[in-house]
Design a protein around this ligand. Structure first.
Ligand code: MSP
Length: 651
């Protein structure tokens, strides 16, 4: 059976974790869920890296013992992972006995075989990073090349690991395999090794908060040997109970942020080589999630950390997970802004996916008595089924390359195509023609089946939405989950006759917050220039006209077949209207009076021969009639015979 072992870095519990840390963990979770869904035996490890001077100092500053201090933070980290539905199999803490024993065993073995030796060390030391630096690597002004803070000249007796001994083997491994990804990070590491590797200081005599060197109590094991060993200590390597180690090692993927790629691709493989253990198959270095329009690194001192709990409370776990997985191509740096978050949620989740489900279930209710219809073989088209097969292939290939964001882009091709399919096939028109009843059944079936499949493919990413989709389609989520991947993605899984359960919108649209909202709204009005189409005109001072003048205005019955908000314009909706055989797009200033969902299916009156005009960049080919009361409330002019056909002239 295929096995898959994935890890996140173990986080420093020095302060609360922010959205950047959540990014790594949600990505690892998506990959773990994906492999589990494929039926692979999967092990997903995360945890905390609790030793070192920084933690000791932070605890002291709060008048706590280090263990009290980390216990509290670790509890918060576990709560965060629960809120994000992180499906880890194990959470390792480096302060646990099971870990300490393994680290001491590793240290002793390397010492006994001569790979660790005692010497004294003098050098430039960065206390926050707990790293010694050779002078040539420092930034100008004696600053740490990683964090940019001043380094101190430090001298002490320490143990050293013969890193240099393994440099050639390591270089070969890196050059000949896909061990380091993305490729840009591989090249960085190759040139780093080519500059020459120095032996590594692996113990400290000045740090107390750590694992003691087993044969020299004055020395504490230096954090990177301690931290990196978690990937095998959690599997029970070197203990009597090493079943997990035998099953899952070597790791398939260590997911890490770009600044710790070096530790994972140089120190860690050398330790493993010295221990005679297999090397991990892949280290994937992702970029950072930066903050705001200035793209700053999130930090407590800058006061720009985004608290994931707040986002989850406000927008729901799936919106947060989707944003993290979709927004930034995995590997590159990305920037978080609340506006981008809201736009992403509104566009992809509320509009594209949410509307697809709500339109489909609404039409099944209306045209098929609330039951999934039997498709008609005579009028089968393979538009959605063929695309679904193609998109699922692309999605899998992208996930196998760890390109999570591309996998979502592939799935949204199907979402977009399905929305377009509704417009092209116009089920409301088919419903009026008894001769096309078979085609109507096929179209509705294809849409519902596409949504079922999307639910399946979205399970690695979203944790509540797939079940909500299946539930609205009348399926038992537990049943869908027990199917094998092949069964679940085979076209035709949805049984005709299933009674659907239309529910609330998947993702309510989010209004931009006031501070941003004001400027966005102002911009929206200024750009529209004059009252948006659909807003009523004042009657005072309007001249009398002849009948011929009135006859110049072409009024027609139209049905709203699609409605959506226009991003960054809080008053405008984009409507697609059916006008007889014709399709029209108009922009209407009624967003504050009608939700897009309530408009679909309504018959309204269209001013059909109004000159086209662009509003907020969207073409408007006409306007609809509405009455405005003195208090500003608005009522659309509709027909009292709602079945009156569209395209009819109104006089
Ligand atoms: N304890 C070490 C890792 C040891 S692994 C054997 C550590 N901890 S950390 O808490 O500082 O960072 C953990 C991970 O979070 C790193 O991979 C880091 O890149 C990631 N991130 C921290 N802030 C981040 C962003 N703003 N954006 C993306 N990832 C970020 O390093």
């Amino acid at each position: 059976m295929t096995r898959f072992y994935i890890t996140t870095p173990i986080y420093y519990p020095s302060s609360k974790l922010h959205i950047g840390h959540s990014y790594t963990t949600v990505a690892a979770d998506a990959l773990a869920r994906y492999h589990r869904r494929l039926g692979h035996e999967t092990y997903f490890l995360t945890g905390t890296d609790e030793h070192g001077q920084k933690i000791e100092r932070a605890a002291l500053a709060e008048g706590k013992t280090p263990i009290q201090f980390v216990d509290e933070i670790v509890a918060g980290i576990k709560e965060l992972w629960a809120a994000l539905h992180i499906s880890y199999d194990d959470f390792i803490r480096t302060t646990e006995e099971r870990h300490k024993k393994v680290v001491q065993k590793i240290f002793k073995q390397l010492y006994d075989q001569g790979d660790i030796y005692k010497s004294s060390y003098e050098g430039w030391y960065c206390t926050p990073c707990e790293t010694f630096w050779i002078e040539s690597k420092l930034k100008e002004g004696n600053l740490c090349p990683d964090c940019g803070r001043p380094v101190e000249w430090t001298k002490e007796e320490s143990y050293f690991f013969r890193l240099s001994k393994y440099a050639d083997r390591l270089l070969r491994y890196i050059e000949e395999t896909d061990f380091i990804q993305p490729a840009s990070r591989k090249n960085e590491m190759i040139s780093f090794i080519n500059q020459g590797l120095e032996d590594l200081c692996v113990s400290r005599s000045t740090v107390r908060w750590g694992i003691p060197v087993p044969f020299d109590e004055k020395q504490t094991i230096y954090v990177w040997i301690d931290a990196l060993s978690n990937y095998i200590s959690a599997l029970g390597w070197g203990t009597e109970n090493d079943e997990l180690y035998r099953k899952f090692w070597p790791a398939d993927v260590h997911l890490v942020g770009k600044e710790i790629v070096r530790f994972h691709t140089i120190i860690w493989p050398c330790i493993l080589m010295a221990l005679g253990l297999p090397l991990p198959r892949k280290v994937f270095g992702h970029g950072w999630l930066l903050f705001g329009t200035q793209a700053e690194k999130m930090s407590k001192s800058k006061g720009n950390v985004v608290d994931p709990f707040v986002l989850i409370d406000r927008y729901g776990v799936d919106a947060v997970r989707y944003y993290l997985l979709r927004e930034v191509p995995f590997g590159a740096d990305g920037t978080y802004t609340e506006e981008a978050f809201i736009l992403r949620t509104n566009n992809d989740l509320a509009n594209d996916l949410g509307n697809l489900l709500s339109r489909t279930t609404q039409m099944i209710n209306k045209f098929s008595d609330g039951r999934v219809p039997e498709p008609d073989p005579a009028s089968d088209d393979r538009i959605l089924s063929d695309l679904a097969a193609e998109v699922l292939r692309e999605f899998q290939e992208a996930m196998d390359r760890l390109e999570i964001s591309s996998a979502l882009v592939a799935l949204w091709k199907l979402v977009d195509r399905a929305n377009k399919y509704i417009d092209e096939q116009a089920p409301w028109a088919l419903a009026r023609d008894p001769g096309r009843a078979g085609q109507l059944r096929t179209v509705l079936y294809n849409l519902a089946e596409t949504l079922r499949l999307l639910g399946v493919a979205l399970t690695p990413f979203l944790v509540q939405t797939p079940e909500r989709i299946w539930d609205q389609l009348g399926l038992e989520p537990a049943q869908v989950r027990t199917l094998s991947w092949e069964e679940a993605v085979a076209w035709g899984g949805l049984k005709p006759g299933t009674v659907i359960r239309r529910g609330s919108p998947l993702f309510p649209r989010i209004e931009l917050p006031k501070e941003n909202g004001d400027s966005v709204a102002k911009e929206g009005r200024a750009q529209s220039g004059e009252p948006a189409a659909g807003a009523a005109q004042p009657t005072e001072g309007v001249a009398e006209i002849e009948y011929d003048d009135f006859a110049k205005v072409e009024l027609k019955v139209a049905e709203v077949v699609e409605a959506e908000r226009i991003p960054k314009a809080d008053r405008l909706l984009r409507l697609v209207l059916q006008v007889g055989e014709e399709r029209r797009q108009i922009v209407s200033g009624i967003a504050q009076h009608y939700a897009p969902e309530e408009l679909v299916g309504k018959r309204i009156i269209l001013v059909a021969n109004l000159k086209p005009k662009k509003l907020r960049g969207v073409e408007s080919h006409g306007m609809l009639l509405a009455a405005t009361a003195e208090d500003g409330s608005l009522s659309l002019v509709t027909l009292d015979k709602p079945d009156f056909p569209t395209g009819m002239r109104v006089k």
